[in-house]
Design a protein around this ligand. Sequence first.
Ligand SMILES: *Cc1c(COP(=O)(O)O)cnc(C)c1O
Length: 197
Amino acid sequence: MVAVSKTYPTETIMEAYHAGQRIFGENRVQELLSKKDNMPNDIQWHLIGHLQSNKVKYIIDFVSLIHSVDSEKLLATINKEAAKANKVVKCLLQMYIADEETKFGLDEKELYDIIEHLNDFPNVQVCGLMGMATHTDDEEKIKSEFIYLNGLYHTVKSKYFAQDSNFKHLSMGMSSDYQLAVECGSNMIRVGSLIFR
Ligand SMILES: *Cc1c(COP(=O)(O)O)cnc(C)c1O
């Protein structure tokens, strides 16, 4: 579980830390940077929100997983900055599964294009897929989006990553829909308000 700590102050986040949580997610680079310096260094920071290419350099040294790779351009930038830092950075490819134009993510064609070019990006390690369902009370709709993403995850895993044990994360589910997500095969949930509120 990723404890999504965006908008919450460090004192609040430290309560979760003292209870044993070590994986925290933030969606804005500036906020992440200002919190990180005031918090223990055994925290694994995940970047979960839309990431602008020009901000990649600020997080590359320490970020432990980027959930929100939503373009090949962003992946190329992550690869370039990771190479400079002499690192391999773990990433998830974010799929567009919702019915909302405000959400980010790849379509299937973009996904397969990226996967077929992965040899061009040796400093990036693709560790799975991420997605956000539509914000709605309609559980059947949410489920159908999660089931679709779970199917895609398993297809991609068996077709392209069968020999790669690092491809293992299916990041889906937040406070309002994590139970549905887990029912539908999620193995990484991103929960914020339910923990910290
Ligand atoms: C904010 C956020 C979450 C957590 O949302 P909650 O409703 O607070 O659980 C999960 N994923 C992403 C990408 C987010 O931006």
